[in-house]
Design a binder for this molecule. Structure first.
Ligand code: AMP
Ligand code: ZN
Length: 466
């Protein structure tokens, strides 16, 4: 299995530390608002990665945090805590806000068929672990206390920027959005490990620490949560590309300073989902959620399909036109699958042949769009009987997770499906012969039977009018 590693900037063969088991860490959401479909693009990519690993026979130990403290409005340790400002606006406690949006986030996972990680750990659960790690960094001289906070000293590392193309100069105030000059830092790239009340008086959740009453910085949580559940040697760490700097860069710095050895071998990042204004983000307030797509009548799995049609390392532009196309493709795909009859014997030879083709695609840096092409090849193939097709579709869907074999609640009788498809073919023939009256007649007859036709780029799709 090959995967692009942000650390080496190359596509590499994946070799886990342990032969059969993979430790995989995912940066979880900051739960001050609903997740938008951009966030969920990253989680769909991570889901595909986990399922590809499982497809290859690995056992995966997947861990995800929930950020419920310490993520400030700027990623560079300035501004207000995102959780605190959301709680103030909604006149609720931080923990109420965290619970509400965590539940909503996991609901979105269900709707998008994203597998829940085995371990989900809220950041506020591990305060003693953060304190211990910070104490150790102070002892080893990788950290210092200044202006009431504990900072990590990035000048102690030769390769602080190992994950990113940033240069120290880029950190000069004003170059990056949201970077404010902080006099207490020895170097501008230094970051906060522990805040005390001296800096942010209005923090709702605070804990006792050797440095005073305070709360942890954002980055420390991922290092500690990962080490607690995945041990000292992590195989894969993932997130969206905006996490590369400073979040993941800082995670590497503090984890490796603490451990004294390399921490994580593969860093996998998903490119952004953009809308017409650029990166979809929670902070600009104007974003789309899965529930909103549902309210507009879309099936969330059409969005999943839309993500799988493009490569995770390419930016994806969201438009409703693209989503409409994905929805039609999804409907058509399901309709083609419904028509298969589970008869005949599965041909082991052909099953293996196509399964290997599919595996080659997903093992090639998660090339899901070529995986979908193999799915279409299976559906089109005249060599494969229906039983083999169904077995293959079931196998591919372990990774794609598009519910391809799942019967819809309003199951349509197989005979009716056959009839509709025949009529669609007759209508297409009539149109080809320019017999438009006949074509319209077929469409109207179907409409009278409660079946609506829509002509799309993917061909004609039908739906039952409720
Ligand atoms: P947050 O809740 O802001 O901490 O982000 C949760 C995850 O979503 C992180 O892995 C981010 O990198 C990722 N993310 C944020 N915005 C986008 C976007 N527009 N497209 C793809 N991933 C994103
Ligand atoms: Zn993280």
């Amino acid at each position: 299995m090959k995967i692009y590693n942000t650390l080496t900037k190359k596509i590499e063969e994946f070799i886990p530390n342990d032969e059969n088991k993979v430790n995989m860490y995912t940066c979880g959401p900051t739960v001050y608002h609903y997740a938008h479909i951009g966030n969920l693009r990253s989680y769909i990519m991570e889901d595909i990665l986990e399922k590809t690993l499982i497809y290859n026979g690995y056992k995966v130990n997947r861990v995800m945090n929930i950020t419920d403290v310490g993520h400030l409005s700027s990623d560079s340790d300035s501004g207000e805590d995102k959780m605190v400002s959301s709680a103030k606006k909604q006149k609720k406690t931080v923990l109420d806000i965290a619970k509400f949006y965590t539940d909503a986030f996991l609901e979105d996972f269900k709707k998008l068929n994203i597998k829940r990680p085995e371990t989900i750990e809220p950041a506020t659960n591990l305060i003693p672990e953060y304190i211990n790690l910070i104490k150790d960094l102070l002892k080893k001289n990788f950290a210092y206390i200044s202006g009431g906070n504990v900072y990590f000293d990035t000048s102690k590392l030769d390769d602080y920027y190992i994950l990113t193309n940033h240069k120290e100069d880029d950190m000069v105030v004003g170059v990056r959005d949201g970077v404010e000059y902080d006099d207490s830092k020895r170097n501008q790239a230094d970051f906060v490990l522990w805040f005390t009340k001296s800096k942010f008086e209005d923090q709702e959740l605070k804990w006792d620490s050797p440095w005073g009453l305070g709360y942890p910085g954002w980055h420390i949580e991922c290092s500690c949560i990962s080490m607690k559940h995945c041990g000292e040697y992590l195989d894969i760490h993932c997130g969206g590309v905006d996490n590369i700097f400073p979040h993941h860069t800082n995670e590497i710095a503090q984890s490796e300073a603490y451990l004294g050895h390399k921490w994580c071998n593969y860093w996998v990042h998903c490119e952004h989902l953009n809308d017409k204004n650029g990166k979809m983000s929670k902070s600009n307030g104007d974003f789309l959620t899965v529930s909103l797509l549902e309210k507009k009548g879309y099936n969330p799995l059409s969005y999943r399909l839309m993500c799988l049609q493009s490569h995770y390392r390419k930016q994806l532009i969201f438009t409703f036109e693209n989503l409409d196309n994905a929805e039609q493709t999804y409907k058509k795909l399901k309709q083609r699958v419904i028509q298969l009859n589970n008869t005949g014997e599965v041909s082991k030879e052909l099953y293996d042949l196509y399964n290997n083709k599919f595996k080659e695609c997903i093992n090639d840096d998660m090339n899901t769009s070529s995986g979908l092409t193999v799915l279409y090849d299976v559906l089109k193939s005249e060599k494969l009987n229906d039983a083999t097709k169904i077995a293959l579709i079931g196998s591919f869907d372990k990774v794609l997770s598009l519910d391809l074999l799942k019967e819809e609640k309003t199951t349509v009788d197989a005979e009716l499906v056959k009839y509709i498809e025949q009529q669609i073919k007759l209508r297409a023939d009539a149109k080809k012969k320019r017999n438009f009256d006949e074509a319209d007649q077929i469409r109207n007859d179907l409409l009278n039977k409660g079946v609506e036709l829509k002509d799309t780029r993917e061909g004609t799709v039908w739906s039952i009018i409720k």
